[in-house]
Design a protein around this ligand. Structure first.
Ligand SMILES: [Ca+2]
Length: 554
């Protein structure tokens, strides 16, 4: 069956191009497909936390991720995807608002996303979508104040009576199932704790660090007295696999998927995993799956920080002084401090982290299998990514840091929608995760709210266009002035401006992908620096919000 459709006609009707193309696809692929594609597509958004782009089996033979590899084979993978900020809250808020952190307000860890900012979920609900988030939100800080109340704060995270009656709404999600802890952190509570209780585990607190606010019931103590105290720290986490939060997230995600399928409702479902964020801990069999003797441990190259901003060198001191970062209204800066870790401990951590990644992959696989079993795969956009990268020894750095290497800024990004997104395609198109929200809407054929400043990447995701972006911007604003840096990445170069500082960074990523040679101060590269700074200024002007069109001359 062949049909000629004039895009101009649809433009006249005011329909988004992606809707037109979906229609064309439906019409030209025959009646069966037409029937299948009359239902609005779903979105299954799967995220991890602090996942280095290379900790994926398809790129790195040291770690196994068969299910993510399957997604890669069946979909499109972007090798040059960048986070919008290398920390949790700002990036997660960008995912659901389509705005940069400097625009949505949650500019740093320890801030909250204002409830007044329009979200992706708000837009989707207006078009009949069910919206749910299972796992990690972190749109709000661990502390609550009367002026800035937080639901993700002490003591409310531990108030299970509250969470028994609260499942949303929360930032455009009509349904949420939340937790706040990474591995054994004492922040554990909320819906995850209720789920463990529902599994009959009354002693769930034993698997986590003590909650400083919690006064143990004597009855619990008596029941627990026969139990061997569990080892705390890194490596093996003695929580049974069936009580691990991966199991919880996969189980709840599948249940919601089934519910929405039963109700015949299109959905946006976000499975938000917590791993492989430190502390690196995982239960068996994953804890001993990888031999520390057989992992590659990246190391610092002596002298590599000689031409870097001065604070880089402090990371290699045993007790560095970062007091010059302190400011009124400032807080502790994630990633400041010593990054010195003995080689053997790094190897053990990498082996554990790989175990965490393989465990994640197993539970992501269960979700994808259920999507298949429900017959929803053909009509569901699956998007896998993470909030930012990680260091496990690269440049002598560990975990999150304040060093804008690609290890921290680049993220894995894999998308799949059979018949709509090209299968087995690897793209080098620059991608920014600020674009996820507008692109999700674009892929569904829905209008993108003008409030969003990210762009709709639908033409690139569907393979009709190679690339839309000639740059991405990464923000990192911890302190009022002393740790406020911003990076522009172009096809070839990367430049980082440190607010009110004469030092900076500039790299030629084509000749120096490891970012070892800082060109910022070199006389022969001053014309390039000038050019990149001008491009940066254009990019800043280009991303200014335009929440409404000019509707008249004056
Ligand atoms: Ca994170």
């Amino acid at each position: 069956m062949s049909v000629i459709v004039s895009p101009a006609l649809f433009a006249l009707l005011g329909l988004p191009l992606s809707t037109v193309l979906l229609w064309c696809y439906s019409i030209t692929t025959g009646m069966d497909s037409l029937m299948k594609n009359t239902a609005p597509p779903n979105i299954l958004f799967i995220t991890t936390d602090q996942h280095h782009w290379s900790a994926m089996g398809y790129r790195n033979p040291e770690v196994r991720t068969p299910n993510l590899d399957r997604l890669v084979q069946q979909g499109t993978t972007f090798h040059r995807a960048y986070t919008v900020n290398p920390t949790c809250t700002p990036t997660r808020a960008s995912w659901i608002t389509g705005l940069y952190p400097s625009q949505h307000g949650a500019y740093s860890l320890g801030t909250k996303l204002p409830e007044t900012v329009p979200t992706l979920g708000d837009a989707l609900q207006q078009h009949g979508y069910r919206t749910a988030l299972v796992g990690k939100a972190h749109f709000q800080p661990l502390k609550s104040t009367p002026e800035y109340p937080s639901l993700e704060a002490y003591p409310i995270v531990h108030d299970l009576d509250f969470w028994r009656q609260f499942n949303g709404p929360f930032y455009g999600f009509e349904h949420v199932a939340l937790a706040r802890n990474h591995t054994d952190e004492s922040h554990v509570g909320q819906h995850y704790a209720l789920w463990m209780l529902g599994k009959g585990c009354t002693h769930w607190r034993d698997y986590f660090l003590p909650n400083p606010d919690y006064v143990r019931d004597p009855a619990d103590l008596a029941q627990d007295s026969s139990r061997t105290p569990l080892p705390k720290g890194e490596g093996l986490w003695n929580i049974p696999e069936e009580l691990h939060y991966n199991t919880w997230i996969a189980e709840r995600t599948q249940a919601l998927m089934e519910q929405y399928h039963r109700e015949d409702k299109p959905f946006f479902l976000w499975a938000s995993f917590f791993d492989p964020h430190p502390a690196y801990m995982v239960p068996e069999p994953y804890a001993s799956m990888y031999d520390p003797a057989h992992v590659t441990v990246p190391e610092h190259v002596p002298g590599e920080f000689d031409d870097k901003p001065p604070y880089f060198k402090r990371s290699q001191e045993t007790d560095p002084d970062f007091s010059d970062f302190d400011e009124p209204e400032g807080q502790w800066v994630f990633g400041s401090g010593s990054h010195l870790v003995p080689h053997d401990i790094k190897a053990r951590r990498i082996a554990t982290m790989y175990g965490m990644v393989t465990m994640l992959d197993t539970y992501i696989g269960k979700i994808l299998d259920r999507l298949d079993a429900l017959g929803l795969t053909e009509n569901t956009l699956v998007c896998f990514t993470t909030d930012h990268g990680d260091f496990w020894g690269q440049h002598g750095l560990t975990a999150k840091a304040i060093h804008h290497y690609d290890d921290l800024l680049r993220v894995p990004l894999v998308i799949r929608q059979p018949g709509v997104i090209p299968a087995g395609r690897v793209s080098n198109s620059l991608q920014s995760t600020v674009d996820l929200a507008p692109t999700f809407l674009g892929m569904l054929g829905l209008p993108v709210p003008r409030t969003m400043t990210g762009i709709d990447e639908t033409p690139v995701w569907t393979g009709r266009q190679e690339t839309l972006r000639d740059h991405v911007i990464i923000e990192n604003h911890h302190q009022p002035t002393t740790l406020n840096l911003r990076t522009l990445v172009t096809d070839r170069h990367k430049i980082t401006v440190h607010y009110n500082k004469s030092y900076g960074e500039m790299y030629d990523l084509a000749n120096d992908p490891g970012e070892y040679r800082n060109l910022w101060d070199l006389p022969e590269f001053q014309p390039l620096k000038q050019d990149l700074l001008l491009k940066f200024m254009y990019a800043e002007m280009g991303r200014a919000p335009r929440p409404m069109p000019r509707i008249t001359g004056a």
